[in-house]
Design a protein around this ligand. Structure first.
Ligand code: FES
Length: 239
């Protein structure tokens, strides 16, 4: 049985720097954008979170998860490891108690073409809500204080694109359809993109109680030129 330490390929007594290094290396390979899969990405992420937390229960849950190939069990294990119920993740928390943070409704840009929708459609989210889309493509998530949008998506179990995680590419770009989400200065986006309500999810957090975003817009004409290609990313990670 793989332990979380096996998943990251580190010894049980590895120091924090070695664990962080191993995680960065493993999560890079495991990400779907770099030849991995959503399942492997989540497995590596949960192993890392369990080790860093040092919580015995989380470690046991991550071990169970590492040997489990079932999606249903996977969801339950993930929830156990975080000591909360799936509804706490905010994806379907309309009926739950109000919690601190920003509630974000999201839609995957990749499904727009399939349905003949445009990013500029006024009723885009209404149409998405009635289209019976997969939970990865349309839903809600909670961005907690201290989380940026990309972290929030990952912490709630979603896999969204990214590369540098530092504002230097457009891989993590989202289109802000409603709400407020300022992007810190000094990133790669020009004023023109910011005026078009494009934001970088890896460095931006919504500041309004509610927001709507279309994620995965990295292939928008023009924005695509700012993407960090895998080869450049890999070369940078090896620096
Ligand atoms: S991943 Fe490169 S700017 Fe967000």
């Amino acid at each position: 049985m793989d332990s979380p330490f096996d998943v990251l390929g580190v010894e049980r007594d590895a120091d924090p720097e070695a664990i962080e290094r191993a995680y960065r290396e493993r999560v890079k390979d495991a990400h779907p954008d770099h030849g991995g899969s959503a399942r492997e990405f989540q497995r590596v992420r949960r192993a890392y979170e369990a080790i860093v937390s040092g919580d015995e229960e989380a470690l046991v849950a991550a071990e169970e998860d590492a040997r489990d190939d079932g999606r249903t069990s996977d969801t339950a294990t993930r929830a156990r490891a975080r000591n909360r119920t799936p509804s706490d993740d905010g994806a379907d928390a309309d009926d739950g108690p109000s919690v601190e943070g920003s509630r974000v409704e999201f839609l995957n840009y990749e499904v727009l073409d399939d349905h003949g929708w445009e990013l500029t459609d006024d009723d885009l989210f209404e149409k998405a809500a009635g289209a019976d889309l997969d939970t990865e493509d349309y839903g809600r998530l909670l961005v907690k204080p201290g989380e940026n949008l990309l972290e929030a998506a990952e912490n709630r179990g979603f896999v969204w694109p990214y590369a540098c995680r530092g504002g230097a590419c457009s891989n993590c770009a989202v289109a802000l359809v409603e709400g407020e989400m300022p992007t810190p200065a000094g990133n790669i986006l020009t004023d023109e993109w910011l005026d078009r309500d494009i934001r970088l999810s890896c460095i931006s957090s919504p500041v309004s109680d509610e927001a709507k975003v279309v994620y995965n817009v990295k292939h928008l004409p023009g924005l695509d030129d700012l993407r960090l290609r895998p080869s450049r990313f890999d070369a940078r990670m090896q620096d």
